[in-house]
Design a binder for this molecule. Structure first.
Ligand SMILES: Cc1cc2nc3c(=O)[nH]c(=O)nc-3n(C[C@H](O)[C@H](O)[C@H](O)COP(=O)(O)OP(=O)(O)OC[C@H]3O[C@@H](n4cnc5c(N)ncnc54)[C@H](O)[C@@H]3O)c2cc1C
Length: 664
């Protein structure tokens, strides 16, 4: 039965090293992965699937306990498709793409995270983390070359010149093992990080959240519902999500002063839930816990032969579901690089790009996560006034909805600054810039992403007849430099191409969406990385260009200067940045405007005046639209306020000086 996932245990087994095999040179494993959470499991599966033998060690023998990750994003599902286990997740998970935001009692607006069709996987599924881990463990068991060792705790680690020595503790006592590379995915507290004297630094938010998983037969739709300041949790927020098995996740914001031990008691939890659901809804508590959240990361994800991934390397608040989702992207980024370095195809410098690409992605996730947390928990009275102003305006005005931040939900990082990219030499439209993760689209009777990934791929667009003779000659002339390179030919719907590269896989662009999403024209050619990110693109197949781009993507060629790899061409100077704040007289009927400003505050309390000002500023900010002008105005306004108070303080100080009467 599925629910066994919560109590399932895995057997401890002694390993070869414990039987005395460490002295043989072949006892150095290519890769050891520490931690069989979602990230360690994904890394090990990816490596094994790519033919790299891997040992996965976990100190425990169970799946994730309690209520942790539930929201898994489209990109994660695309990656799990490549890893051969997305179908299992889809069968069990609850699909969703619509979110609703409420303020007080009212619906403010709803949003759709995937408003277009033509994607294999939905925007999100909700699935308890123990199911995710259980399905990954099942997939791991299918793969040769993946040895999963339960109850094998890494207790010490010593990097050597050509390997890393690990001391592993087991119920039968400790043993030594060696691996050429070690991936550390041992979670947020990361004992291994501490063993190496390393830190993960950042902010811990002064707030507490009660997480209650409730089993009930409720009629709510499969949507994400978020309340700001609802009557059933005044001055705080509440989040509701549906999970499989009729389990609902409810997050109640408690505030910093709440006592976690008291708030966890059923007599405190049940009334909260009843206030939300009503007195007559029957439910049973599955899990209750109180959390605080941090946003932090390690300075460097690579330390020689030791590479950090997932929560061990970076950590975010759950608003936005960026924790496990971004960790799985770490695995996706790292596995192919380790394979190519281990088999001698690429230099070790390729592993530095794992660190730089994923550190940049972590910064993006931390920024988004911190901003969400700041919006959900305003830190000052002024930010509360603006936050509530945004929510009030959002009921009627689309611009304000852009500012509502109940968690910017996980999207994959676009690796625009990656040294592995080759910049465009011709204009392209759309989102598939170098560094972007490939968009999916219908292809033949399946999906495009099925044909991409694992190895490098050259994707070429043809016409009804197939490829042009020049393209065929160019493809035949590519020196792949010992790297497997697949050719994928995209032809329009219902064509019967005759002119094709002999070993190309041919897919029909059944709905024209591949051409649209990739701005593909006959001749357009993309070089795609094994992790399904765009590496480079051209308007014609250019053998020399592809070879150079491949060398760059393998770190066999010096990277281009950072600015050149962003993939942008013909970037028009940003007219908005050039604009300046007008401080010369510009007002139409100045006295009327001034009077209107004063009049706007008539009969308002101080608090209402501040709120009205915030609404006005938000409306005008949107009207002006230009961030540079606004920032200039804000700097002027702040300076004028601070200067005025300094002048006033100075004047008061002068007035307070004892005055010595001057003799007449
Ligand atoms: C309340 C909550 C809600 C969340 N919601 C979401 C969400 O909706 N979506 C999302 O993407 N993320 C979410 N997250 C984050 C998500 O749970 C984590 O990001 C994810 O578990 C990280 O996976 P990991 O594999 O890096 O680490 P972990 O899952 O922590 O796994 C680490 C593993 O390492 C093992 N280990 C530790 N030390 C050793 C050792 N010395 N030797 C061997 N093994 C060791 C542990 O036993 C464990 O199995 C949420 C987190 C919380 C707390």
């Amino acid at each position: 039965m599925d629910n066994d996932f919560q109590t399932r245990t895995f057997e401890y087994r002694p390993c070869a090293e414990q039987r005395g095999g460490t002295q043989r040179p072949d006892a150095v494993h290519p890769v050891a992965v520490i931690g069989a959470g979602p990230v360690g499991l994904a890394t090990a599966i990816d490596l094994a699937q790519q033919g790299v033998p891997v040992v996965l060690l976990d100190e425990d023998c169970t799946l994730s306990t309690g209520s942790r990750a539930i929201c898994f994003a489209k990109r994660t599902l695309d990656i799990f498709d490549r890893l051969g286990c997305a179908e299992r997740l889809m069968d069990k998970g609850v699909r969703w793409q619509v979110g609703k935001v409420f303020f007080d009692r009212e619906l403010v607006y709803s949003f759709d995270l995937l408003p277009e069709t033509g994607h294999h996987r939905p925007a999100f599924i909700n699935l308890q983390q123990y199911y995710l881990e259980g399905f990954l463990v099942e997939r791991a068991a299918e793969l040769d070359g993946l040895e999963l060792r339960w109850k094998h705790r890494v207790g010490a680690l010593a990097p050597r010149a050509d390997h890393v020595a690990l001391t592993v503790e087991t119920p039968d006592g400790p043993y030594e093992m060696r691996a050429r590379y070690v991936v550390v995915a041992d979670g947020a507290r990361s004992p291994v990080r501490r063993m190496m004297g390393l830190e993960s630094k950042g902010r811990t938010f002064r707030d507490r959240f009660l997480i209650a998983d409730v089993r009930m037969a409720a009629a709510f739709p499969s949507e994400r519902w978020f309340w700001f300041d609802p009557p059933f949790n005044r001055n705080q927020s509440v989040l509701l999500h549906r999970q499989p098995d009729n389990v609902w996740r409810i997050d109640f914001q408690l505030g910093w002063d709440a006592d976690p031990d008291v708030e966890k008691q059923p007599e405190r939890v049940i009334p909260r839930i009843k206030a939300l659901l009503g007195d007559d809804v029957e439910f049973a508590l599955e899990w209750v816990s109180v959390y605080t959240f941090s946003c932090q990361r390690m300075d460097k994800f690579r330390h020689g032969r030791v590479l950090f991934a997932g929560d061990a390397a970076h950590r975010v608040s759950p608003f936005g579901a960026r924790g496990a989702n971004s960790g799985v992207q770490d695995a996706d980024n790292l596995a192919w690089k380790l394979r190519l370095v281990l088999d001698g195809t690429a230099p070790e410098a390729l592993l530095d790009t794992y660190a730089s690409e994923r550190e940049a992605a972590a910064d993006e996730n931390i920024l988004n996560s911190s901003r969400s947390t700041d919006f959900i928990t305003p830190k000052t009275p002024a930010s509360r006034t603006f936050r509530d102003g945004v929510l009030r305006l959002a009921r009627h005005h689309g611009f304000a909805r852009q500012l509502v931040n109940s968690g910017r939900l996980s999207v994959p990082a676009v690796l625009t600054a990656s040294p592995l990219n080759t910049p465009d030499a011709a204009p392209f439209a759309g989102a598939m810039v170098p560094g972007a993760p490939c968009s999916d689209a219908p292809a033949g009777d399946g999906w495009l992403l099925r044909h991409v990934g694992g190895d490098f791929t050259v994707m070429v667009f043809g016409d009804e007849r197939g490829l042009r003779p020049e393209a065929l000659t160019a493809l035949a002339g590519i020196d792949t430099q010992g790297v497997p390179l697949r050719v994928l030919c995209v032809v329009p719907r219902a064509s019967a191409p005759t002119s094709l590269s002999p070993d190309a896989v041919v897919v029909e662009d059944t709905e024209g969406l591949i051409a649209r999403r990739y701005d593909g024209q006959p001749g357009t050619c993309y070089l795609l990385r094994p992790d399904q990110h765009v590496c480079a693109r051209w308007r014609d197949v250019d053998a020399a260009g592809i070879e150079a781009a491949l060398r760059r993507a393998l770190c066999r060629e010096a990277p281009l200067p950072a600015a050149a790899t962003s993939g942008q061409t013909d970037v028009a100077p940003d007219a908005a940045v050039a604009a300046q704040l007008l401080t010369d007289p510009h007002l139409d009927r100045p006295d009327d405007v001034y009077e209107a400003l004063i009049d706007m505050h008539r009969d308002l309390t101080d608090a209402q005046s501040q709120s009205a000002n915030a609404h006005l500023i938000l409306l005008l900010a949107n009207h002006i639209g230009n961030g540079a002008v606004l920032r200039e105005a804000m700097a002027l306004a702040r300076r004028a306020t601070v200067d005025a108070s300094t002048e006033r303080a100075a004047a008061d100080a002068i007035a307070a000086l004892p005055v010595t009467p001057v003799a007449a």
